[in-house]
Design a protein around this ligand. Structure first.
Ligand code: 6PG
Length: 246
């Protein structure tokens, strides 16, 4: 695990953009494509905006990029809460990525049906044999104040889901269904990168990274890519309660 601390959110977005561009170039050089699962919420918006503009936009061969989502709210794509909607508005509508390369979760459909459909999309794209897991080149993750990541919320059964690639958990605290990649998929990625900023996340960052292991209470602690590189990109405010502050 590597922790990179930036002075402020602007530097964080820049560092994240450089990281994205580097991994995309590496995967495209090696395999001719870059499969990335985007995170949702508000933090990644500044990263997506940077990637949509020069000088970053032209450093990505968008025709070879395939975009997926790590999780999604169960709302239509044009809904304010939609992770797809945010990424589309901040990035995807502004770069030359082929429409067939954008693999949206059909979150307007009944949750279980949407999860099954997304599983099929993953099986087809990654040409999976039974029991095989998708191998994303990069999965971006955020961190909620309660220690959730993607839509893996504390104390929910989906934390123990080992068989499915995509699940549709009902999240009591939100009184809403979510769609989420499951832990086996998240931990099978070549690169998993947390992007976390702000004072409000400082205590949960400390608890997840340096606190007692308590994954049911802090699901982000379950992110341990078996053969992948785990990086925390955090700004100084979010890192302010880490004892190892550089
Ligand atoms: C979501 C995200 C979720 C998010 C965290 C942090 O759909 O909300 O996938 O896991 O990354 O809740 O959200 P913020 O960036 O808004 O703090």
């Amino acid at each position: 695990m590597r922790i990179e601390i930036t002075r402020n959110p602007t530097d964080l977005a820049r560092r994240a953009a450089e990281h994205f561009i580097h991994l995309a170039a590496q995967a495209i050089a090696e395999k001719g494509r870059f499969a990335v699962a985007l995170s949702g919420g508000s933090t990644p918006r500044s990263l997506y905006t940077l990637l949509a503009n020069d000088p970053y936009r032209e450093q990505v061969r968008w025709s070879a990029v395939h975009v997926f989502w790590g999780d999604e709210r169960c709302v239509p794509p044009d809904h304010l809460e939609s992770n797809y909607g945010m990424a589309r508005e901040a990035l995807l509508a502004k770069v030359n990525i082929p429409v067939e390369n954008v693999h949206r979760m059909a979150a307007e459909k009944p949750p279980e049906q949407a999860a099954e459909e997304y599983e099929r999309i993953l099986h087809t794209f990654f040409n999976l044999k039974p029991g095989e897991l998708p191998h994303f080149d990069l999965i971006l993750l955020g961190l909620g104040p309660d220690g959730h990541t993607a839509s893996l919320f504390p104390g929910t059964p989906v934390l123990h889901e080992q068989g499915r690639l995509v699940a549709a958990p009902f999240v009591e605290k939100l009184n809403a269904y979510r769609l989420t990649l499951t832990l086996p998929v998240l931990n099978h990625a070549a690169n998993v990168t947390f992007l976390v900023e702000g004072e409000a996340k400082a205590s949960v960052v400390r608890d997840v990274i340096e606190g007692k292991r308590d994954p049911d209470r802090l699901p982000a602690q379950l992110i341990r890519p078996a053969n992948g590189v785990l990086i925390w990109l955090i700004d100084q405010a979010a890192a302010s309660q880490l004892s190892l502050r550089q």
